[in-house]
Each structure stands twice: as structure tokens, then as C-alpha cells.
Design a protein around this ligand. Structure first.
Ligand SMILES: Nc1ncnc2c1ncn2[C@@H]1O[C@H](COP(=O)(O)OP(=O)(O)OP(=O)(O)O)[C@@H](O)[C@H]1O
Ligand SMILES: [Mg+2]
Length: 459
């Protein structure tokens, strides 16, 4: 499904409605302007007609027109258009003015004052017909006055005002769009900060989102997410407890079985005694490894348990505890580390990481006849704000084609050897929990080196 951004939807909606409003207002403004300008020019035409009426008089039973001394101005105010007039008496005789000026259409009702549009000499005109009644010696005389003008002045004025108003309207619309953009961005700020907050969170972090800083509109969504987090946390802790219970329930009878077998006098003489013991030890070890593998699952582990610790101190403690056993097995041992390297870590799981790596070296750095091969080295160095932990041995190493696979659970290169195939998987889990990268490589001339790169924290 296509994802829709609220921001672009709001902007789309706002800009389309603004454009619609602008178009409608342009139409209304234009009609109103046309009406007002026409009214203004029509009033001017009427006063023109009144001027003419004022100059009409009756003499010897005939209507006469007294032409002004400066004559009649036959141009509009701007000088671009033309003005026409005609005065007729009762017998439709032109007393003064232009012949054949058009009259209102026959279907148009003629009042004392009638405005109409027409065409004269090939040009559009606006005309006014005024019927005027005069009395002389109680006798009525009728005069018809037609005043007309071409439309240049009117159109020029409409155009000028319309352009000015449109410019201002466009500016206002532009400002409104800019303000709306800012308002949309401002309004969506809490949502954006919620998005950044969720993006920045560790994907394994299941602590609830702070509901106080969340806008009302998404509160119920955040509440649902928080419920989901709580449910997930519960189910992870349920799995963890279940694993611990299973491991405990299996370990106890296995330990009891081992004691029983050791005490069994009949079995003491049996050749299968060692075989039984090995099977029991393997089962106990596998149970232990399975529990640790499940516990360190990066999707379930609560990283809030990790606290700043001195990795050097922890390694030294484990090395000191392990070294008598290493020597007893016939290996040499080297430990190199500075005094302090602080990382965010969990001491118990880090101990398991080191145990697994050292156990592997003890177990696999052996010749075909199971003799210990050379030296086991545990080292810590600092490099580009990272602590590099290395466990290396001088055994046969791992064939290059298996180097990628050995961290997969239950993968073992040599299935004849005892092992559950979970040790390196556990190491990988623990490295991942610490945001550390893990790298396996064969050494020259032989041996395996496992290096883990932990990000340092300031102390
Ligand atoms: N230092 C090493 N030298 C040579 N081979 C190794 C070394 N470490 C591990 N391997 C190989 O990698 C395989 C996987 O090791 P891993 O620790 O995951 O499992 P395991 O040792 O078989 O079982 P577990 O550690 O759970 O008891 C081993 O079976 C072994 O063949
Ligand atoms: Mg192992």
C-alpha cells in the first residue's frame, strides 16, 4: 500500500482550496468591477445627456438646440474613445448630431432613460436614450436624445483596476500559502519529534514511550504501542523464565543421575561407566548452553541491564581464574591489556563470552592425537574509540569455507568431537547485544583468532 504523508496531504488540500478560492474571487471581483465601472461611465453619459437637455428650447413651434460656444466635445475623457450624440424632435427629424445612431432593440422596453449596448460604425458602443418632454404655451414638445460612446475608456479602466487587484490578491495568496506551510510544519512538529524519537530508539528497546510529550491526536496510537511493548516484554520474560525452569528441571535430575552412577558399585566395574558419564556431562553442558543461547537472544534481551564496566578488569579476573586450568591442560597462556577500557556491558554475559572462546581454544587447539598446541592469548587493545578483545590460539584453525558458518547454531566442523555447536552462536549474540562486531580469522602459520570490537564509553 502506498504510504501517504500527512504533511503533503495537508499542503495539497490547502493549496488546492486556496487556488479554488482565488479563482472564484477573481471571477467575483471581475463582475463587480465591470458593474461598478459601467455604472460610473453610465452616470457620466447621463450627465452628458442632461447637459444637452439644458440646451434645448422651443421657438416657432420647433425644438432647437443651442450649441455651446466651444462646441460639443466628441472625445471621451482619455481621448482614446469617441462620443456620439443625436437629438430628434417629435417628427423623428435630427435637430443636431449624428444620423443613424442605433436605437434600442425593438424587444427592449423603452423608458424615459434607457441604456443599451450596440455597434456603430463597426465599433462596440454603450448608448443612452432619454425621452424629454417640454412645454411651450401649454403645448407639449417631445425630444429624443441619444448619447453614445465607444468602450475604450471603460475597458482600460476595468483592465487597470483588475490587474492591480489581481496583483494584490496573488500576493495575499502567496503569503497565505507561505504562512500555511509554516503552520503545517509547526503543527506537525510534535509528530516529527515523535517520529525522530522512535527512529533514534534502539530496536530492542522496549521501554514505553513518554506519553506526556505526545500530541493528543496520536496519544491513543502511542498508548497502543506502549501496551504492545509491555506485552512483548512480558512474553520475553516469560520465555526467559521458562528456559531457566527447563534448564533447572533438567540439570537437577542429571546431577542426581551422575551421583547415583558414581555410587553404583556394579557400574564402577563396568567398561561403559565413562561412556555414561560423558553422555550425562554432554547433556548437562548442552542444557546450560541452550539456556545461555536463549537468554542472550538480542530480540529478547533487555539492554537496559548493560552498565558501564571496565572490560580490562573483567578480563583479568576471568583470565586469573582460568589460567591454572589452562596450564594444567598443557597450554601456554599470554594476557596483554591496558589498565582501563570502559564499555557498556553485562558482566555475566561477558564472562560467558570469554568462557566460550577460551573453552574453544582449549578444546580445539589440539593436534590429531589431542596434544595441546602452543599458546592461548587473550589481549585487549584500544583503537579508534573501540576496545578490541582478541582470543587466539595456535591450533589447526577452521577451514576458510566454514568460517562464515561456525557462528550458526548447532553447526560443528567436526561432529566426532563433543560439543553442542552453540558456543560461537552465544558469543555472536553477546557481541550483538553490546553493539560489537565479531570477526573470525585464521592465523599464520596456523591457529584461530576471534576478535570482537566493542564501542568505548566515556567514564
Ligand atoms: N579455536 C578453535 N579452533 C578450531 N576450531 C574451532 C575453534 N573454535 C570453534 N571451532 C569450530 O567451530 C565449531 C563451533 O564452535 P562452537 O563453540 O560454536 O560449538 P561447540 O564448541 O561445538 O559447542 P559448545 O561450544 O556449545 O560446547 C566447533 O565445532 C569447532 O569445529
Ligand atoms: Mg565451543
Amino acid at each position: 500500500m502506498k504510504t501517504v504523508s500527512i504533511r503533503s496531504r495537508l499542503i495539497d488540500l490547502l493549496s488546492t482550496s486556496l487556488v479554488m478560492v482565488a479563482l472564484v474571487s477573481f471571477g467575483i471581483i471581475f463582475l463587480f468591477l465591470q458593474y461598478k465601472v459601467n455604472k460610473h461611465f453610465d452616470d457620466a453619459l447621463l450627465s452628458e445627456a442632461r447637459n444637452i437637455i439644458n440646451r434645448l428650447y422651443v421657438q416657432e413651434k420647433e425644438i432647437h438646440f443651442k450649441v455651446p460656444e466651444l462646441g460639443i466635445n466628441l472625445q471621451t475623457a482619455s481621448g482614446k474613445g469617441s462620443v456620439f450624440y443625436a437629438i430628434e424632435d417629435d417628427y423623428k427629424t435630427i435637430i443636431s448630431g449624428f444620423e443613424a445612431l442605433p436605437r434600442p432593440l425593438l424587444n427592449k422596453r423603452i423608458n424615459d432613460i434607457t441604456f443599451y449596448d450596440d455597434i456603430y460604425a463597426g465599433e462596440k458602443i454603450r448608448a443612452l436614450l432619454v425621452m424629454h418632454k417640454m412645454y411651450r404655451n401649454t403645448l407639449p414638445y417631445h425630444a429624443t436624445i441619444i448619447v453614445a460612446e465607444t468602450l475604450e475608456d471603460r475597458n482600460a479602466m476595468i483592465q487597470e483596476i483588475f490587474i492591480a487587484i489581481s496583483g494584490v490578491t496573488c500576493m495575499i495568496i502567496f503569503i497565505v500559502i507561505a504562512v500555511s506551510l509554516v503552520a503545517v510544519n509547526k503543527g506537525l512538529e510534535p509528530l516529527m519529534s515523535l517520529q525522530h524519537f522512535i527512529q533514534k530508539r534502539d530496536i530492542h528497546d522496549l521501554t514505553p514511550i513518554d506519553e506526556r510529550s505526545v500530541p493528543k491526536e496520536v496519544l491513543s496510537l502511542v498508548e497502543s504501542i506502549n501496551h504492545l511493548f509491555i506485552k512483548l516484554k512480558k512474553s520475553f520474560s516469560h520465555i526467559e523464565h521458562f528456559n531457566a525452569d527447563v534448564s533447572h528441571q533438567l540439570r537437577t535430575p542429571l546431577a542426581e543421575l551422575k551421583v547415583l552412577l558414581q555410587m553404583d558399585t556394579w557400574l564402577q566395574q563396568s567398561q561403559k561407566k565413562d561412556q555414561y558419564m560423558t553422555i550425562i556431562d554432554t547433556m548437562a553442558h548442552t542444557t546450560q548452553q541452550l539456556l545461555m543461547y536463549a537468554k542472550t537472544n538480542p530480540d529478547a534481551f533487555d539492554r537496559l541491564r548493560l552498565k558501564p564496566l571496565n572490560l580490562c578488569e573483567l578480563c583479568e579476573k576471568i583470565a586469573m581464574a582460568k589460567v591454572p586450568f589452562i596450564y594444567a591442560q598443557g597450554f601456554e597462556f599470554a594476557y596483554e591489556a591496558p589498565k582501563e577500557l570502559w564499555i557498556n556491558g553485562g558482566p555475566i554475559i561477558l564472562e560467558s563470552l570469554l568462557q566460550n572462546l577460551l573453552d574453544n581454544a582449549l578444546h580445539y587447539a589440539r593436534s590429531i592425537d589431542s596434544k595441546p598446541m602452543g599458546m592461548i592469548t587473550l589481549s585487549l587493545t584500544e583503537e579508534n574509540k573501540h576496545a578490541i578483545l582478541k582470543v587466539s590460539d595456535e591450533g589447526p584453525g577452521i577451514a576458510e569455507e566454514y568460517l562464515e558458518q561456525v557462528c550458526e547454531r548447532f553447526f560443528r566442523v567436526d561432529t566426532k568431537k563433543h560439543g553442542s555447536g552453540l558456543g560461537l552462536g552465544i558469543v555472536k549474540h553477546i557481541a550483538e547485544l553490546h553493539n560489537a562486531s565479531m570477526h573470525l580469522s585464521n592465523r599464520s602459520p596456523h591457529g584461530l583468532e576471534v576478535s570482537i570490537r566493542f564501542p568505548l564509553v566515556s567514564q
